[in-house]
Unconditional design. Structure first.
Length: 411
């Protein structure tokens, strides 16, 4: 969530409608589109990071104790209709904890508990559509029943506090990966987004956290951590890790939130998987640069028109993003997959869209959970085999998930 570090007004803009008309991949032959649709519904598709729970909390559903009609289409990147159309079977629900809550003892854990409860409520409210899942086996069982699984990952280890016993607690509540930190350093480690490198990697407590996660069967997620944190994790664990929603730094030089080639090689050497983030600013340096320009243009607009309404500001920014061709494309996402495959092979890449977490910064032709077949079609056009696509869609991630459970004596 909030992988874009923005001022508040731009959050409004990015999270509200600024969709340009989708540019269809006009060059994709119709037979490949059909094949892609078939594959999307033949194989399980798992996605490392969908920010639905926090999005619903922000929209007030948690406070009201209600669950919106997820069985139909709702406003956003993910719901049952979109997931069903796109063939998405196992979206990891992000239990996202903002860094701002780290300062208040107990607040992070309380939010994590309430978001987990919300995911449980989705499954119990719509039992014909969704089901919880704590292992690849349970996802497979749900898939065979036609249900969309809702596995859970926790984004930010701050709910652990300074108490290792919380790792077992959250395993038992269904958490199957923990992103060690988010936008700030925490008690566990340093963040790629935080200029203050408090620990120069993992803290002593963070090392214990990694060991206990291995012992309990929770995947270590290296998205968001600083480079030093990443390398220290790799040095101390032989259990493979995931990057639940990171892309390739080669395409975004200087953006530490994405992974360098050396890090991808190290991750793969340990058997791990990088799950590609779809956000335009993760995929394209041009989008990153335009994003900075967009912030400047917005501030200028607000200075010139201090009385401008929210809708006027939104309209200005929508038009700015369209006029400046801000958006990456599904082909950019395929370029990132290509690069990982060329670097380390087909066994170490997966999908981690960040749907509902990067708003409408999503690429053309990759705007919602209905669009996975468009990415698959692009990969087919580039010569990927059905076996390759099966690995990207779920097998690589399931290998890591199973290995993590197995290392803890679980299945
Ligand atoms: Zn994130």
């Amino acid at each position: 969530m909030k992988d874009l570090i923005l001022n508040a007004a731009l959050v409004v803009i990015v999270l509200t409608g600024c969709n340009p008309p989708p540019k269809e991949t006009a060059t994709t032959p119709p037979d490949l589109k059909t094949q892609a649709e078939t594959l999307a519904h033949t194989y399980i598709i798992t996605d490392g990071h969908i920010d639905l729970p926090y999005k619903l909390a922000k929209e007030g559903y948690m406070a009201k104790g209600e669950i919106p009609n997820l069985s139909g289409e709702i406003d956003g990147n993910f719901d049952y209709e979109k997931a069903h159309k796109g063939g998405l079977d196992a979206p990891f629900m992000s239990i996202y904890i903002p860094a701002s809550l780290q300062k208040t003892a107990g607040a992070s854990k309380a939010l994590a508990d309430s978001l987990i409860t919300m995911v449980e409520q989705i499954a119990t409210t719509y039992p014909k559509h969704f089901s919880l899942a704590g292992s690849p086996t349970e996802v497979q069982q749900n898939f065979e029943k036609g249900l969309i699984s809702l596995p859970m990952g926790m984004e930010n280890g701050s709910p652990l506090g300074d108490d290792l016993s919380n790792i077992k607690y959250f395993y038992e509540r269904g958490i199957r990966y923990i992103t060690l930190t988010h936008s700030k350093n925490n008690l566990i480690c340093d963040s790629s987004y935080d200029p203050n490198r408090k620990w120069n990697g993992l803290s002593p407590f963070g090392q214990e956290v990694v060991r206990e996660m291995n012992a309990q069967g929770i995947m270590v997620d290296v998205s968001h951590v600083s480079d030093s944190t990443f390398y220290q994790i790799m040095a101390m664990t032989d259990v493979p890790c995931i990057a639940s929603h990171s892309s390739v730094r080669k395409f975004t030089p200087g953006f530490e939130r994405n992974m360098s080639d050396d890090m991808i090689k190290m991750l793969a050497k340990k058997g791990g998987v990088i799950q590609i983030n779809f956000g335009s600013t993760f995929l394209s340096q041009k989008s990153r640069q335009l994003y900075d320009s967009a912030k400047v243009a917005l501030n200028t607009f607000k200075t010139e028109y201090p009385q401008a309404s929210d809708s006027a500001i939104t309209a200005f920014s929508n038009q700015w993003l369209i006029d400046h061709n801000f958006f990456a494309d599904v082909k950019d996402a395929a370029d990132h997959i290509d690069h990982v495959v060329q670097l380390v092979g087909i066994d170490y890449v997966g999908l981690g869209s960040d749907f509902d977490g990067v708003g409408n910064s999503l690429p053309t032709s990759l705007k919602t959970a209905a669009d996975y077949p468009k990415l698959i079609a692009e990969l087919l056009e580039r010569g990927y085999t059905e076996t390759d696509i099966e690995k990207i869609c779920y097998k690589n991630v399931f290998r890591v998930w199973s290995a993590t459970l197995s290392a803890a004596g679980k299945s």
